[in-house]
Write a protein that binds this ligand. Structure first.
Ligand code: PBG
Length: 324
């Protein structure tokens, strides 16, 4: 057989395969989401996220130092608010002595180089479990945006490097940027969850923070997963309003969106490899149906190949171990 082109030459051994690999993962790619709880020496495994824990602040601080030592440079923090602090205004979200604010300070103190990103949305603080303020059964936009601005400024005051609004209200990025400017937080970045879809895959996260919506769903603010063009519109608008990084979330069912957004923007694009994506791999691996480590690296590589410059993932620690 005479062939002009033999594509298998570039696949014939590990050396050539790695020389011509178009995508590779490094510790610089990852953002580590952390769940923080009140109390001391409290470590609770999240039932639907085996191997992932909600930790009290003392344990979290130790963990952050370990992550830094592993080469991980960024964390995204979430706190579990006590039931008695929850109401419809979400005001615990900007309590200067709240768990989030105390956590930011303690982590900055212990590991100043670690980039701290904070989730900005009202759901963990809302008695309704919604990302915004509820009136007559609806999630009201403009009042929620005012609350998110207060929340962002309080995170900046505590020392956050980036705020990450995950609420999908209209105009929040511009309002938060303005609020940060007016309060002289000119070094605080905004990572906007720009294309955040109303996904069934957030379930395990809502277990972690006990933040499932008490009524209805999030479809009046999070995007319809049938849509693609709308993701570009959201990302471009957030950039115009002052976003430094835009995010697509979830990641696995949305690789096409990651690529489209990447092609359309000139800022870094992040992807959120969310809780349900973690749970699916863990569950299948537990059943012995897939190889967990291979699945971790393959899925993360696919997100990077799709165009993600950064990936928030519960597998960050595992991935760093696997690639080093
Ligand atoms: C809160 C928020 C959610 C996630 C990140 N921030 C849940 C939601 O919108 O209901 C999900 C993360 C994950 O599933 O890993 N607004």
């Amino acid at each position: 057989m005479y062939l002009q082109k033999r594509n298998r030459i570039l696949r014939s051994n590990p050396a050539i395969r790695s020389l011509v690999a178009e995508t590779s993962l490094t510790a610089n790619d990852f953002i580590v989401p952390l769940f923080i709880d009140e109390g001391e020496n409290v470590k609770t495994e999240i039932a639907s996220m085996p191997g992932y824990f909600r930790n009290s602040l003392d344990i979290t601080v130790k963990e952050v130092k370990e992550l830094w030592a592993m080469g991980l440079k960024s964390i995204l923090i979430f706190v579990k608010a006590k039931d008695e602090t929850k109401d419809n205004t979400g005001k615990e979200a900007w309590n200067p002595d709240g768990l989030m604010q105390r956590s930011i300070k303690a982590i900055k103190n212990a590991c100043p180089e670690m980039l701290i990103m904070t989730d900005v949305a009202l759901d963990p603080y809302s008695s309704y479990g919604h990302d915004g303020i509820v009136k007559d059964g609806e999630i009201v936009n403009d009042e929620t945006v005012e609350a998110l601005v207060k929340m962002s400024i309080s995170h900046a005051k505590a020392g956050a490097d980036f705020v990450a609004p995950s609420d999908m209200m209209d105009g929040r990025i511009g309002a938060i940027r303005k609020g940060l400017e007016e309060n002289n937080f000119t070094k605080v970045g905004i990572m906007a969850y720009s294309a955040k879809y109303a996904s069934c895959f957030y379930g395990p996260f809502r277990d972690a923070l006990d933040s499932a919506p008490g009524f209805g769903d999030k479809k009046s603010y999070q995007m319809n997963y049938a849509n693609r063009t709308e993701a570009i519109k959201e990302a471009l608008q957030d950039i115009e309003e002052g976003a430094d990084i835009v995010m697509v979330k979830p990641a696995l069912s949305y690789l096409d969106i990651i690529r489209e957004v990447k092609n359309a923007v000139q800022v870094p694009v992040s992807a959120y490899n969310i809780s349900g994506e973690y749970a699916m791999i863990k569950a299948a691996a537990k059943m012995g149906w897939i190889d967990e480590n291979k699945a971790i690296i393959e899925t993360l590589t696919s997100m990077k190949r799709a165009g993600a410059d950064l990936i928030a993932t519960y597998f960050a620690r595992d991935a760093v171990k696997l690639i080093s």
